[in-house]
Design a protein around this ligand. Structure first.
Ligand code: NAD
Ligand code: TYD
Length: 358
């Protein structure tokens, strides 16, 4: 039975990944989730697993080397799946320090502890061990509107403190692979959307604001392009890279689903109207007049677009969820989980929202 150490499993992608893995492998795997529970971490995301004997949770900061070492000492970890990070570009522009702390130094702590646990006296590693570092396409910088894609060979050119910190963490993983032959893979994925995404990111923020009749803030001219992937397709890619990826390789993950931000907002409004019955009072709020152009994000990357050729040809991964279906699944989840949204948007979220948008 394999044991996975998942960092940041109480966040958006991490919690979806844990659900994906238990749905796929059932009782044949163990997962230990280590998470600091920052504002973005929420144990409600994993409530259905609380009593699963194959799942356990450790509340710890990945920068706390003693806490991480203890987990490795007490468990024979086969794979580390490293999600834990500060993940929001706007927050990184306001407060870069914690991004360097968690994303760079925290990754170093994870690498050092995995290396110490897995390395043999001759410098080789125990059989079958792998560290999967989950990263982003934002490390490659920004593309022109009219062409080009991010390949694994595209030079790194991060612009925001968030993407610079993720690029630094990728470089550390690459250095450990080159220097110590440390068994790892890196995945660089495009923008994700789906259940449990925190409403500071575009898609859940627009769904939540539209349902409450609040303004829908569009940065700049609304024509920045992101390449959106349904979160379960990302979870599937990570599992496949752990199983089939060649050690020391990077794999880009994306589904050729480029859309301008304003297109995304219009699709969400149309889908909400289509899905809500006429009798639902929230339908009366939903209206394109809510769209409000606001000051642009500083250093706003114009376009991201992934070339997923390598993961398709080497590993056989392909996305399964078309955007028109994924956005319906996402909206349906938010309809069914109003309490979740209420809980995460109470308290500190209001302070963040007021300082960011007013
Ligand atoms: P998220 O912000 O929703 O979740 C991050 C999780 O990490 C939270 O549970 C948080 O509590 C935890 N965490 C933060 N600091 C920690 C620390 N010091 N110690 C332990 N836990 C800590 O992020 P997400 O959107 O789920 O992203 C997960 C990973 O995937 C990140 O590494 C991100 O860079 C990467 N990624 C995200 C996207 C996307 O579209 N969201 C796309 C590609 C890659
Ligand atoms: P976001 O979800 O923060 O992801 P990222 O910046 O990592 O790509 O933002 C997606 C796009 O939406 C990005 O171009 C910024 C834009 N955006 C808005 O126009 N308004 C908003 O309120 C937010 C949060 C984002």
């Amino acid at each position: 039975m394999k044991t996975y150490l998942v960092t940041g499993g109480a966040g958006f992608i991490g919690s979806n990944f844990i659900h994906y893995m238990f749905n796929k492998y059932g009782e044949n795997i163990r997962i230990i989730n280590v998470d600091k529970l920052t504002y973005a971490g929420n144990l409600e995301n994993l409530k259905d697993l609380e009593n699963n004997p194959n799942y356990s949770f450790v509340k710890a900061d990945i920068c706390d080397s003693d806490a991480i070492e203890k987990i490795f000492n007490e468990n024979d970890i086969d794979h580390v799946v490293h999600f834990a990070a500060e993940s929001h570009v706007d927050r990184s522009i306001r407060n870069p320090e914690v991004f360097v702390q968690t994303n760079v130094l925290g990754t170093l702590v994870m690498l050092n502890n995995a290396k110490a646990a897995w390395e043999l006296p001759d410098g080789s590693y125990k059989e079958g061990k792998k560290f999967l570092h989950v990263s982003t396409d934002e490390v490659y910088g920004s593309l022109e509107e009219d062409g080009g894609y991010f390949y694994e060979t595209t030079p790194y050119a991060p612009h925001s403190p968030y993407s610079a910190s993720k690029a630094s963490s990728d470089m550390l993983v690459k250095a450990y692979m080159d220097t110590y032959k440390f068994p790892a893979n890196i995945t660089n994925c495009s923008n994700n959307y789906g259940p449990y995404q925190f409403p500071e990111k575009l898609i859940p923020l627009i769904i939540n604001n539209a349902l409450s009749g609040k303004k829908l803030p569009v940065y700049g001219d609304g024509k920045n392009v992101r390449d959106w992937l349904y979160v379960m397709d990302h979870a599937k890619a990570i599992d496949m890279v752990i199983e089939k990826g060649r050690l020391f390789e990077t794999y880009n993950v994306g589904g050729h689903n480029e859309k301008q931000n304003i297109e995304i907002i219009n699709i969400i409004l149309d889908t909400l109207c289509e899905m809500l019955p006429d009798s639902d009072p929230r339908k009366a709020h939903i209206n394109k007049d809510l769209i409000t152009y606001v000051e642009d994000r500083k250093g706003h990357d114009r376009r991201y677009a992934i070339a997923p050729d390598k993961i398709k040809s080497e590993i056989g991964w392909e996305p399964e969820t078309m955007f028109k279906d994924g956005i319906k699944l996402t909206i349906k989840w938010f309809f069914e989980n109003e309490e979740w949204m209420k809980n995460v948007t109470s308290g500190a979220y209001q302070d963040y929202y007021n300082s960011m948008y007013k």
